[in-house]
Design a protein around this ligand. Structure first.
Ligand code: 4AD
Ligand code: MG
Length: 469
């Protein structure tokens, strides 16, 4: 995009590589990735986060600050380099900068924790504040941003309204009791009721409040007015799952659409995933090539199939049959009625179908209270999307829109109906069929980058025992 002439931000390496030609005067700012000293000059490899590639600057020893400053500028030093863009005789880069001036903003001493060598992701998690300067975490950051924009474009183009649902809530949207409490009461000495319990009526909100586990219920209220909506925000789960697929704070995209049945919901979710994979392939080529080379050699071909190939669709009952006769030796034996474990999900998508799979019509006992009961009395109109390498990427359902059925279901689950009165109102007053789903943004990033641990695809991960930085 060209800038109006009165506005001049500093150029970035991406702009230099795409919009400048040899002979142009250029100036770039960034951080030294490496410095190599030759006879009469040094090579500085500079990165600035704008794209995967850095740019090399050839810095002559004739510069005034060369001996005193530049030969001590180690990896991590921040600089501004002015010079001329020239064709590079070196391998692996088209252009380089023949530097005429190098200004150092901040030196990085030799104890800089990111020296030019491969570091393990475990080590990088200990220096979460510095790790975006590495190739891998930098590429993840660009993909996160790029795909966030793609999410809004996808729904915007389809007439879905972006709704901001609350972060602090008094409803347990999943009814699973995995919420973080929000309170300003003195934990050492909380006010108590006459029967000795903590008196939340004297808490900040006058009742117990928590961080949301999902924006769905409030999303439904807006879908019942605006027709098609989506949320995209942080969600919180106090589940003690110490796995490479779970976070205590993660971002979820949740569309909700009036007059959608389960089939429409599956179509929307499939269309959405196709579109996000295609977006990454089109807009983040360099970053994906890096992941393909360094992290997962089948990444790009997997993404191409996820972008173009139809997903398999199979009922839970069918899936259980397939798993039973798969001959696999599962840790948890398969039987109808059980919740599918990660090993089963991965078997379906990786070995049986070898592509993303939508499993639908799950037993009602293992799914949330709000899902619409099917006529068989045993299953609900739920669907999960399973993808290779990850397992569950999407969970969604048609919602129970019949007030009596919903109310009966909540009783069965022991939910306090008084707390959900507003939710029942959505059925009582003009209730209509509707459906939606939630896609875990970090799970999507695992799929798109091939990264193995969910803690490495969110800037500052929160998980049991860790809320650092
Ligand atoms: O299947 P879940 O729990 O469904 C819901 O929250 C529904 N309210 C969604 C809806 O219908 N509007 O979560 C949806 C998705 C999962 O498929 C998974 O991708 C992701 O959210 N997810 C997590 N991601 C990271 N860490 C966790 N602890 C996650 N829990 C769920
Ligand atoms: Mg789920």
């Amino acid at each position: 995009m060209t800038q109006p002439h009165s506005i001049r931000y500093p150029l970035r390496i991406k702009d230099v590589l795409t919009a400048k030609a040899p002979g142009d005067d250029v100036e770039v700012c960034g951080w030294v990735r490496s410095r190599r000293d030759g006879k009469g000059f040094s090579f500085f490899d500079i990165g600035d986060g704008s794209c995967f590639s850095g740019i090399q600057a050839v810095v002559p020893s004739t510069l005034g600050n060369y001996a005193a400053e530049l030969v001590h500028a180690g990896t991590g030093t921040s600089v501004r380099i002015r010079g001329t863009l020239v064709e590079s005789p070196g391998q692996g880069q088209k252009y380089e900068i023949a530097a005429a001036e190098v200004r150092v903003y901040g030196m990085a001493p030799p104890d800089y924790p990111l020296q030019k060598k491969a570091h393990s992701f475990e080590y990088l998690r200990e220096i979460t504040h510095l790790r975006p300067r590495t190739n891998a975490i930098g590429a993840v950051a660009r993909l996160r941003s790029s795909l966030s924009h793609a999410v809004h474009t996808f729904f915007g183009e389809r007439g879905f309204l972006y709704v901001h649902t609350p972060i602090i809530t008094a409803s347990d949207a999943e009814g699973a009791g995995e919420m973080f409490r929000v309170s300003t009461l003195d934990p050492e000495n909380p006010p108590r009721t006459s029967d000795g319990r903590v008196d939340y009526s004297r808490d900040f909100f006058g009742r117990q409040a928590s961080l949301t586990v999902s924006g769905q219920l409030e999303g439904e209220a807006y879908a019942m007015a605006m027709g098609r909506v989506y949320t995209f925000g942080p969600t919180f789960r106090a589940e003690n799952s110490n796995t490479a697929r779970h976070l205590a704070e993660f971002w979820m995209i949740e569309p909700e659409a009036a007059f959608f049945r389960l089939r429409d919901d599956m179509d929307l979710a499939e269309d959405f995933i196709h579109s996000l994979c295609a977006h990454a392939l089109e807009h983040n080529t360099d970053d994906l090539e890096f992941f393909n080379k360094r992290v997962s050699p089948v990444l790009i071909s997997n993404l191409e199939s996820a972008a173009g190939q139809e997903f398999e669709r199979v009922s839970y009952t069918e899936a259980v049959k397939l798993l039973s006769k798969s001959g696999e030796n599962f840790q948890y034996p398969v039987s109808w009625g059980m919740d599918l474990q990660s090993e089963h999900e991965r078997c379906l998508t990786e070995r049986i179908f070898k592509r993303p799979v939508i499993v639908y019509d799950y037993p009602k006992e293992i799914k949330a209270f709000y899902m619409r009961q099917n006529d068989d009395g045993k299953t609900v109109g739920a669907m999960d999307i399973l993808v290779p390498g990850i397992g569950e990427l999407v969970g969604g359902s048609e919602r129970e829109d019949r007030v009596d059925a919903l109310s009966a279901r909540m009783k069965e689950r022991g939910l306090d109906e008084a707390k959900y009165e507003w939710y029942l109102d959505l059925r009582k007053y003009g209730g209509a069929p509707h459906a939606g789903f939630g896609l875990g943004f970090e799970r999507l990033l695992l799929f798109v980058t091939g990264m193995q641990n969910i803690r490495d695809v969110i800037p500052f991960p929160r998980y049991p025992g860790n809320a650092g930085f």
